[in-house]
Design a protein around this ligand. Structure first.
Ligand code: GRF
Length: 199
């Protein structure tokens, strides 16, 4: 019996990833699409964790014409590392369908709003601009259709007077740091008995 390997994909500060590592999640691989703070933190604080870079900037412009090529490269790297579950944590590149063919039902994402409300890339600002009083986070299975896959968990966050995008987003992230970790554990337990799988 081998443990099903998890990869966490990041592009930015990586605070969700760091929270997962601090809580003891067995992350076999961190993959980033650009040099970022999250990668720096992993190198310093969790040097035992393997890092792979698939830089967007190494692909031609416009990126849209190279999205499939980029996606295929990421899939190749994940498969070469024997990864079974892909956890996107602030990963900012949208994959083409090749990812969801290769890892169907096994790509997880955390979205900082209560789906199906506020889809897209700037949703914390969108929720503030709309004037909703409650937003939150959604942990879901990512599919080829953006922000539309089956929901695994949600938690609400109240919007306070005077909130800015930064203050609200940080309170959402506080919730995500626990909810995402717990949801990944539940997902692994449900889909890979005792987080293990047989060859
Ligand atoms: C989280 O809010 C997540 O929902 C969104 O990106 C943010 C990642 O934060 N997809 P960090 O880079 O882990 O701090």
């Amino acid at each position: 019996m081998k443990k099903a390997k998890i990869a966490v994909l990041i592009s930015g500060t990586g605070s969700l990833l760091i929270a997962m590592l601090e809580k003891g999640l067995d992350v076999s691989l961190v993959l980033a699409d650009k040099d970022c703070e999250g990668v720096e933190k992993v190198i310093v604080r969790f040097p035992q964790v393997k890092i792979e870079m698939v830089r967007r900037t190494d692909f031609g412009k416009p990126f849209e014409s190279h999205r499939a090529e980029f996606t295929k490269k990421v899939v190749e790297v994940l498969q070469a590392n024997d990864i079974k579950v892909v956890v996107m944590a602030g990963f900012m590149t949208i994959f083409s369908k090749e990812m969801f063919d290769a890892y169907s039902g096994r790509v997880l994402n955390s979205h900082p709003a209560l789906l199906p409300a506020f889809k897209g890339p700037r949703v914390v600002a969108d929720a503030l601009a709309f004037g909703v009083k409650i937003t939150g986070t959604t942990i879901h299975i990512a599919t080829a259709e953006l922000d539309a896959g089956p929901i695994l968990a949600q938690e609400a966050v109240r919007i306070l007077e005077g909130d800015t995008e930064a203050t609200l987003w940080e309170r959402i992230k506080v919730v995500e740091r626990t909810l995402y970790y717990e949801t990944v554990l539940r997902f692994m337990a449900k889909n890979f008995s005792n987080t293990e799988w047989e060859e």
